[in-house]
Design a protein around this ligand. Structure first.
Ligand SMILES: N[C@@H](CCC(=O)N[C@@H](CS)C(=O)NCC(=O)O)C(=O)O
Length: 265
């Protein structure tokens, strides 16, 4: 490994990976990223030394062949070492230097980058402030997990899934809106990893706006349809931060469709 503080294996682009990359940019750290387009990840050996497998190697009797469990439906190739480091078998999958320590869950990968930084802090000035940031990260994961189920169900959506998502959205956005009524950033007066996590997961959730047709079949509208009116601070926070250089470098044009739909560009 070079001077990078983490190696991450994932499909790319992936908003969950952006979290770590944005934090690394803000802290002047290097993170090594290995991966490929989502559709190509089934051709890779999932490992600390991840690599593209040859067509001959990609057989169902390969010792690392496993059934995809969440978001991937076919065969994936995860080594025993990968699964020892990553017992839930998910990507993004991060490894500390040397590959012995596996770090999973994108919020925890984000925390790992923040902890590797010295000097400028994105993770609070003391243990209490860090714990408050963790509170936002936990609330964010509850929202993001619901959003993952909802977005993966889009081709076969049911009203109960939609209603669960609507409730999770209302709960999370109301909290974000309230927090931003007290301070400029989620956890206080300074940008923290709580903001980074919010921006990346919320930007991804807004992709529900691409599924008008699927929603219309059930006579439903996107949950976030009037979001900017109902939660103006939360949406402004998302859009402002997404344009900050360290965010924009990774998010690129990801939110352009949303800004166009909102008459913002
Ligand atoms: N909450 C997790 C979500 C990670 C996750 O669920 N990743 C899925 C792809 S979206 C995965 O790796 N699935 C592997 C499989 O299907 O076996 C995070 O933020 O990292």
């Amino acid at each position: 490994m070079t001077d990078s503080v983490l190696r991450i294996f994932s499909y790319v682009p992936n908003p969950r990976v952006w979290k770590a990359l944005i934090a690394a940019d803000l802290l002047g750290l290097e993170v090594e990223l290995l991966g490929d387009k989502p559709a190509n990840l089934s051709q890779w050996l999932w490992d600390y030394d991840a690599r593209l497998l040859s067509a001959e190697e990609r057989q169902d009797d390969h010792p690392s062949a496993r059934k995809g469990r969440r978001g991937f439906s076919g065969t994936l190739f995860k080594t025993d070492g990968f699964l020892a480091a990553h017992p839930f078998g998910t990507v993004p999958a991060a490894f500390g230097p040397g590959g012995e320590v596996g770090i999973f869950e994108s919020n925890s990968i984000l925390r790992a980058v923040a902890r590797a930084g010295s000097g400028k802090s994105l993770y609070g000035r003391d243990a209490y402030a860090a714990s408050r940031i963790d509170s936002f990260l936990d609330a964010n994961l509850v929202f993001a997990r619901e959003a993952q189920v909802y977005l993966l169900a889009m081709d076969n959506l049911s009203k109960p899934v939609y209603q669960r998502m609507a409730a999770a959205y209302e709960f999370y956005l109301a909290g974000v809106e309230a927090a931003l009524g007290h301070a400029a950033y989620l956890a206080g007066d300074e940008l923290s990893i709580a903001d980074i996590s919010f921006v990346c997961d919320f930007a991804q959730f807004l992709r529900e706006g691409h599924y008008h047709e699927q929603l219309a079949v059930l006579s439903l509208a996107p949950i976030s349809a009037n979001g900017r009116q109902v939660y103006p601070r939360a949406f402004a926070h998302l859009l402002t931060l997404s344009e900050q250089v360290e965010f924009a470098r990774h998010m690129g044009s990801y939110l352009d469709w949303f800004k166009r739909a909102q008459g913002l560009m």
